[in-house]
Design a protein around this ligand. Structure first.
Ligand code: SF4
Length: 97
């Protein structure tokens, strides 16, 4: 009986460790840099922080990530950077739904 409890305790410790690790990864991902228009990939894809294309913006693009409503969000096309929710680039594809 005692050994079962110990095993459960060890299992819980493992889960806690995984939780802490995931938590710190999530925190780190929030410290991403804002994408600059001077970035070579941003220039190649004509990224602008304020869309001039009616109805097309990062917040309704299928590549946007992160939380709905955030001003700046991660984008699958620009790993490690944040793009403006109101921005746009030539890779824009309408988000399904
Ligand atoms: S692919 Fe371009 S338009 Fe789409 S979210 Fe990323 S930066 Fe914005």
């Amino acid at each position: 009986m005692k050994s079962v409890n110990r095993r459960n305790f060890l299992k819980m410790s493992g889960a806690t460790l995984i939780g802490l690790t995931c938590g710190s990864v999530a925190l780190r991902s929030q410290a991403q840099e804002l994408l600059q228009t001077s970035d070579p990939t941003a220039q190649a894809l004509k990224y602008v922080p304020k869309s001039e294309v009616a109805g097309s913006m990062c917040s309704n693009c299928m590549y946007i990530q992160g939380n709905e409503g955030d001003e700046n969000r991660p984008c699958a096309i620009f790993p490690g950077k944040l793009v403006a929710a109101d921005g746009w680039c030539s890779a824009w594809v309408k988000r399904p739904g």
